[in-house]
Ligand binder design. Structure first.
Ligand SMILES: *[C@@H]1O[C@H](CO)[C@@H](O)[C@H](O)[C@H]1NC(C)=O
Ligand SMILES: *[C@@H]1O[C@H](CO)[C@@H](O)[C@H](O)[C@H]1NC(C)=O
Ligand SMILES: *[C@@H]1O[C@H](CO)[C@@H](O)[C@H](O)[C@H]1NC(C)=O
Ligand SMILES: *[C@@H]1O[C@H](CO)[C@@H](O)[C@H](O)[C@H]1NC(C)=O
Length: 437
């Protein structure tokens, strides 16, 4: 092609492309306008698809339009962007962080799903949060506890005498462990393996396995955990190991509640402040109260031999009904919840959306709101036995690498630099290798 023709051709192509892009933009603009009934309604965008989509929602005196449609990113009415923690990705963030648009983080999971979120610099990017922490704006601490009723009910309860008979006559171990997620930040299996040397544990999961699960319980593992027959099986054990996959303040899952509900005493490792939520002073045994697994085993043996000492841990089943739960903080939290909305994760999401919407509309924020470590507090993993930082736990490296990731991300966002993920990751690893975080 002669040079002149080539230039003309290129110009025509560019022009054509420009027109197409312009029309596309118009179309998108139209769509975002048309889908709104009222021009004054603030827009809340779920950047990671979650929660309500294309819906005007009324929250008290406030009204907001919730959407997953990223075409709203540059809309003047956009007031807040929400992220679901597990899907928060460095390479897929809004183009820039405007001070006029708040960011909200919803994350009920432990850092296992996204370790960059444990770091202060990442958390500081958000204004509002809904996490497992009691200090978050819409707290999910008791998400996995259905009701007070199931905590005190004796539907599955097996008396201590019967449990002793099972140990003596049917070769049951005093302690149950079922876990099939074996490579965790909390390094829980290391503790279980050690404890096993000093007290018998029936371990049915793939982690430190030594027992075979009845064929009745084969199949979808997570379905079975809530199956009635399975719960009756758990109830036959004096103790159940309840170790979380990561150690974060207020990160408490069904691992604690399930044994409490069926009446097997939990041996717990997880949120350091978990006792704040127990039904009574003695409802679970914390491994942190013992200097090492042998001391814990000695204590468990004592309880195994002495039914009345053991039963002190089951007063949420055995006390007179109205005294079954003496923890007022727990009672208050459950009461507040039951008067509000039915207890389901979806309702917490709705509550968080409304919290955000009311903040936008009332617009009475006196000081700048920032999420901090307090709302997602997961320190560097430690060895469950020695309390030290263990080189064998590869999660520690993840934590430390993501600390560089968090520092870098904050730098990019504060300075309005767009992220090239390949370059970002190179920089991150360089910082990590040079100990710069
Ligand atoms: C429970 O423990 C707390 C703190 O250790 C103590 O103040 C309280 O008196 C205890 N309550 C009962 C009923 O023993
Ligand atoms: C069993 O435990 C109860 C309550 O803790 C205690 O009073 C009693 O002395 C214990 N019995 C034996 C034989 O140790
Ligand atoms: C949200 O955080 C950003 C960045 O820290 C800040 O500029 C903005 O004022 C905050 N918004 C609210 C409502 O606090
Ligand atoms: C950030 O950069 C974008 C372009 O990438 C620009 O439109 C926007 O105005 C910038 N924001 C600030 C606060 O500088």
């Amino acid at each position: 092609m002669p040079r002149k023709l080539r230039i003309m051709f290129a110009t025509a192509t560019t022009l054509g492309l420009c027109i197409i892009i312009f029309q596309l933009r118009l179309m998108l603009y139209d769509r975002t306008r048309l889908s709104l009934s009222d021009d004054d309604i603030p827009v809340v965008l779920w950047w990671t698809p979650f929660g309500n989509n294309n819906q005007v929602k009324t929250c008290g005196n406030a009204k907001c339009y919730f959407t997953h449609d990223r075409a709203f990113e540059n809309n003047v009415r956009l007031k807040s962007i929400l992220f679901y923690g597990s899907d928060f990705r460095v390479h897929d963030l809004p183009n820039w962080r405007s001070n006029a648009v708040s960011w909200g983080l919803l994350h009920e999971e432990s850092p296992r799903n996204n370790p960059i979120l444990v770091h202060e610099k990442t958390l500081n990017l958000f204004n509002y949060s809904s996490t497992f922490s009691r200090f978050s704006d819409v707290s999910l601490t008791l998400l996995d506890l259905l009701s007070l009723e199931e905590l005190i009910a004796k539907s599955y309860y097996v008396p201590a005498k019967e449990k002793s008979t099972l140990i003596r006559a049917k070769n049951y171990a005093p302690v149950l462990y079922i876990q099939s997620d074996c490579d965790t930040a909390s390094d829980r299996d290391r503790y279980v393996s050690e404890l096993m040397k000093y007290i018998r544990i029936d371990s049915y999961g793939t982690c430190v396995n030594n027992a075979r699960l009845d064929d009745r319980f084969k199949g979808n593992y997570l379905d079975i955990l809530n199956n009635r027959e399975f719960l009756s099986f758990v109830a036959k054990y004096k103790f159940t190991i309840a170790f979380e996959n990561a150690i974060c303040d207020d990160y408490i899952t069904e691992k604690l509640w399930r044994p409490l509900i069926v009446g097997s005493v939990p041996i717990y490792y997880g949120s350091p402040s978990f006792k704040d939520w127990l039904p009574n002073n003695k409802s679970a045994i914390s491994i942190l109260d013992f200097t090492d697994p042998t001391k814990l085993a000695d204590f468990l043996h004592k309880l195994v031999r002495n039914d009345s000492a053991y039963e002190e841990y089951l007063s949420h089943k055995l006390s007179e009904r109205k005294y079954r739960v003496t923890n007022n903080a727990l009672l208050r939290a459950l009461e507040r919840r039951s008067t509000a909305i039915p207890h389901e994760f979806g309702n917490y999401v709705e509550e968080f959306e409304c919290f955000i919407c009311e903040r936008i509309q009332n617009n009475r924020e006196l000081k700048i709101r920032t999420v901090t470590r307090k709302q997602y507090d997961c320190p560097l993993p430690r060895d469950p036995i020695t309390g030290g930082i263990s080189k064998r736990n590869w999660w520690i490296e993840q934590w430390n690498i993501e600390k560089c990731g968090a520092k870098l991300l904050a730098h990019y966002i504060t300075n309005n630099i767009s992220i090239n993920i390949k370059y970002f990751n190179e920089q991150k690893m360089n910082m990590y290798d040079n100990n710069e975080c």
